[in-house]
Design a protein around this ligand. Sequence first.
Ligand SMILES: [Zn+2]
Length: 389
Amino acid sequence: MTKRRLFLLILILALPLFLRAEGGKAKYVFYFIGDGMGINHVTLGEYWSAYNQGAWGSFPLNFSAFESIGFASSFSASNLITDSAAGGTALATGEKTNNGMLAIASDSTTILKSVATAASENGFRVGITTTVGLNHATPAAFYSHNINRENYYQIASEICTSNFEFFAGGGIIDYKGKHNYKKSIYKDIEKSGYTIAFGLDEYHQIMENRPEKLLMVQKDINVNSFTPALRATKKDMQQKDLISSAIEFLYTENGTGFFLMSESGMIDWFSHGNRGMEVAAEVLSLAEAVDVALGFYNEHPDETLIVITADHETGGLSLASESGYQIFFDKWTKDPASDSDAHIGWTTTSHSAANVPIFAVGVNSELFRGRMDNTDIPKKICEAMGITL
Ligand SMILES: [Zn+2]
């Protein structure tokens, strides 16, 4: 464990003892969603952290050491194994829907309101970030309504009417429509009042005259997801950059609060591919992003709530694939074929029905202890903020 991590951990554990504001409300909310991140994904990150530091055993990640831990069922209205659209809908709106559908009830007509919209209506500044496409299922469930998660162009057009202050992610999928014959959706987004930043350098330039609303994607308009954490270089945008820009953009001195949803989309993608080391690297990259949020939390400990959960588990990841009572990290490489040598097992290239973990710290984080349903999570976030969904 680095000194900074250790210091943060001690601070997290000690602060609530004397800084908890009685009956306080969450003014600043960070809602992290590790797409596909089951408890074993977190556990793998913990073991690998220890191994990388030459230690035996497992080191807690910053968020797995949070004071409030719970777990949630993740089934959808149509399937015991949810997809990211129905899972995102549950985590965003507090209602179950059918797989494939975004923030519309299973009757295919009732529009469901998200915690992000509720926050916006109650005067909070709102940010949505993801390491993949901004119109991919999980972020989309927070600002759009569609019976088909693959209607990417339509979904992205709802950014324009969202009224949210900040969007940042890998890109916009099908930004000229499915067959590239529509006008660039970036034009509509700009017209609706957003300043668009292609890459962090442009973002920093734009921030010299802070615009009212901002959307940031990567430099290359045709790339929709981040460079994976395992292969990223210093010049690649990472989730932690999204969190620090979001804080810079959303935080104001005038007393307005903010709600920030941040998705780690590639934990899911690499779990579909059964690529263990890529998955572990994405989980650790999420922990780095959480570190940035914790920096903010330490400055505003009695007004900040941080919640980390997942929409579902992907891959049926198991930390054993053979008998022998051992995991062999020394045999583990970037090559997914090495997962079986290391005894890291997968039962599917799809999602599973496993319950998902919840980790929370900060004001009203006790609400997230125990066993709940995924639909309870946004309701509890609203309760913590003192607003209704
Ligand atoms: Zn998935």
